[in-house]
Design a protein around this ligand. Structure first.
Ligand code: NAG
Ligand code: NAG
Ligand code: ZN
Length: 394
């Protein structure tokens, strides 16, 4: 009996090994096939943990009773080059209820200065994930396996918490490089690693009225701009859709800095009007969260755009029913929607500052290329430059 068991196990091992040899995507084979998502049934899919993809306001609220959320986000490495812009446009801002305004940073690892990530966290901004390598080409992300995305995204959360010395649980969000989804796979990684939301999926179809955040328990109706998009049923993670802006010729743009027909780059007034007209599609419509998604270089290279952006923030910070918040906060509200009067009166969020025992790490050798890196971290210096497969640089 025992012998037979041994033989069976051996046979299974041999088979498994053959499988591995015969296919390059061995990692995806470890992951069980997911059920195809079915058409969403609003009777079965209910808040706080399930929501059909829809332009309906959560909780059945009327637009005038719905807080208008504005999510300002910045992507890529955070360092001494871009921190000055972040300080200039964000620091000290409050919403009209006197609570600190939020923003979200989708941080990629390479060239990131973790002392500055720590500063951003301590100033009340949300730190989210944008991969360790941000590697090119974009196609790589479309076909990345479960194991590869686990190393790029789930391991980055551990890396970020370690080097910026911020709470692991405060890191909840994901934006994939180039907004390139990988079908079901990144959402599977998120579900398995308790990551709350993805903000990588643009919609050009559901902009007026705009698409509200939803879950993937059931089939999404969202248009797939950068395929492949998920079609499996994947409970838990939320999709925070990137509702596209419209440029001056009505072409959609997922990020403010990817619009094609823009106002003159030196015309602050025209830029202000451009931003406001995009905002009004939300504010005067179904109040789906309005995203201002941008890269820092676009503002620093175009001072008139930066001034227009600051004017816009000043405007929304004075409106009683508009709230500039971090992206997790939008998901929190959607899970438990309350009318704007109740939301306004809530106590402000609080957080405690995270210490940064600074280490300046010069000439850190890298194992993924021939370079040496300079790194500033709120933790001991790594032995090698941290990278996928070795996120702590041990
Ligand atoms: C996602 O999962 C569904 C259900 O298993 C499958 O039919 C679909 O092909 C998967 N999508 C991709 C891009 O792999
Ligand atoms: C984002 O906002 C939520 C809700 O106010 C708050 O609980 C959380 O601490 C904020 N996250 C960060 C990282 O600032
Ligand atoms: Zn990026």
């Amino acid at each position: 009996m025992k012998l037979l068991w041994c033989v069976l196990v051996l046979a299974a091992l041999v088979l498994a090994e053959e499988n591995e040899g015969s296919s390059e995507s061995s990692e995806s084979q470890e992951v069980p096939e997911l059920p195809l998502a079915e058409e969403c049934d609003e009777e079965l899919c209910k808040l706080p943990d399930c929501r059909c993809s829809s332009t309906e306001i959560p909780g059945g609220l009327l637009p005038r009773d719905t807080p208008q959320f504005v999510t300002v986000t910045f992507d890529d490495g955070v360092n001494v080059i871009n921190i000055n812009t972040y300080r200039e446009v964000l620091d000290g801002r409050q919403n009209s209820n006197g609570c600190p305004a939020g923003a979200t940073f989708y941080v990629s690892h390479e060239y990131t200065n973790y002392r500055i990530v720590n500063e951003l966290y301590n100033n009340g901004y949300e730190i989210a994930l944008h991969s360790i390598s941000h590697k090119i080409p974009q196609d790589w992300w479309a076909t990345a396996t479960y194991g590869e995305l686990k190393e790029e995204i789930a391991d980055q959360r551990t890396q970020m918490a370690h080097f910026a010395n911020i709470p692991f649980e405060s890191i909840n969000g994901v934006r994939l490089p180039f907004l390139q989804l990988a079908g079901n796979t990144s959402f599977q990684v998120m579900a398995d690693h308790d990551l709350l939301y993805d903000c990588s999926w643009p919609t050009n179809t559901f902009t007026d009225p705009g698409l509200w955040p939803y879950t993937l328990d059931y089939a999404s109706e969202q248009d797939c701009m950068i395929p492949p998009c998920p079609t499996a049923s994947i409970p838990k993670p939320w999709v925070l859709p990137m509702v596209s802006w419209k440029d001056l010729n009505d072409f959609p743009c997922a990020m403010a800095d990817s619009c094609f027909y823009t106002p003159d780059m030196e015309d602050e007034e025209a830029w202000f009007q451009f931003i406001v007209s995009n905002f009004e599609r939300h504010y005067l419509g179904n109040r789906a969260p309005f995203g201002f998604y941008v890269h820092e270089w676009y503002l620093s290279a175009n001072p008139a755009v930066k001034s227009a952006f600051i004017r816009f923030l000043n405007l929304i910070n004075s409106l009683p029913d508009v709230f500039m918040v971090n992206s997790s906060e939008v998901i929190d509200w959607v899970k438990n929607p309350v009318p704007v009067t109740e939301y306004r009166a809530k106590p402000c969020r609080t957080w405690s500052a995270a210490a940064c025992p600074v280490s300046l790490c010069g000439n850190v050798p890298s194992e993924h290329n021939q370079m040496t890196y300079w790194l500033e971290a709120c933790n001991v210096c790594p032995r090698v430059y941290p990278w996928t497969g070795n996120p702590l640089g041990l």
